[in-house]
Design a protein around this ligand. Structure first.
Ligand SMILES: Nc1ncnc2c1ncn2[C@@H]1O[C@H](COP(=O)(O)OP(=O)(O)OP(=O)(O)O)[C@@H](O)[C@H]1O
Ligand SMILES: [Mg+2]
Length: 267
């Protein structure tokens, strides 16, 4: 038995008024994994995240969830826009709204949801801010609130779209440590979009690099050695050569390659 909780095969996404945005992605996510999705602006990362959340339908290909994972129970921290940063609600209300998926047919939050929200605010060090207005917080505090909200939605999988965007180095480091704790101590699977390749290599177990097509999927170690990885690392440091973009490649690890071909029963 493999422990894949998400299996994507030949996924393609388009928008009505644009060409193919994401073309032919195939990758797997295992229970407890930490996957970073990297790629340049406009590469299709947020589109893929919306696809995984069923907010966007694939043009072709499949997303298969393990029977134990209901896609409605995935926690989501969306990529931030200035409008969202101005949201007029209290911290407590924002975090509690993560529990909406648990209400099903009930109209109000119960003691279970309130306890979950409080536990997550305490874990992220924001319980003392719970009556403050979200829009009055610093960027780092706002991202902790949104992480607590995502955590309130799921005990299994969090999708985090650029959670550290716009934060200073100290707030960035704190958020990465909190996310690592959620992964390691709570066993929650993390799928994170990031432009920070060094942090991705430090924290993630697997890397998916997109540039509309799949440039790489495999372990962080293999990515570091790969032509695609070395090029992207140099490019993010401003050292890449002019026009040489390596062809897409898959993991050197035969187990990863096997997983891409349809999975094995023993990994
Ligand atoms: N709602 C939409 N309608 C039409 N095109 C869209 C829509 N959303 C995104 N796109 C286009 O799809 C492409 C991929 O966008 P996407 O937001 O997925 O990229 P991204 O990798 O998340 O970029 P960034 O790093 O800047 O967040 C872009 O060319 C974008 O303009
Ligand atoms: Mg994006």
């Amino acid at each position: 038995m493999n422990n894949h909780i998400i299996t994507c095969k030949n996924l393609t996404f388009t928008y009505e008024d644009s060409n193919i945005v994401v073309d032919n992605l195939s990758f797997t996510v295992s229970n407890g994994d930490y996957l970073c999705i990297v790629g340049e602006n406009g590469a299709g990362k947020s589109t893929l995240i919306k696809g995984l959340l069923h907010l966007k339908k694939p043009e072709s290909g499949t997303i298969q969830y393990a029977p134990s994972l209901d896609p409605r129970d995935i926690g989501y921290l969306p990529q931030q826009t200035p409008v969202q940063k101005d949201f007029p609600a209290s911290v407590r209300e924002v975090v509690l709204s993560g529990c909406l998926n648990r209400l099903r047919l009930r109209p109000f939050f119960g003691s279970g949801e309130k306890k979950t929200a409080l536990t997550n605010m305490e874990r992220l060090g924001i319980a003392n801010l719970q009556n403050r207005c979200y829009r009055e917080l610093s960027g780092g505090q706002q991202q902790r609130v949104l992480l607590a909200r995502a955590l309130s939605a799921s005990k299994k999988v969090l999708l985090l779209d650029e959670p550290t965007a716009g934060l200073d180095p100290a707030a960035t480091q704190e958020l990465y440590d909190l996310i690592a704790g959620i992964n390691q101590e709570l066993g929650i699977t993390i799928i994170m979009v990031s432009h920070d390749i060094h942090a991705s290599l430090k924290y993630a177990r697997h890397i998916l690099q997109l540039s509309h097509r799949q440039r790489f999927f495999g372990t962080a170690e293999d990515y570091r050695q790969s032509a695609a990885g070395q090029f992207f690392i140099r490019e993010s440091e401003g050292e890449a050569g002019p026009d040489v973009i390596p062809e897409p490649e898959r993991a050197a690890n035969p187990r990863e390659t096997q997983a891409l071909k349809g999975g094995t029963d023993n990994d």
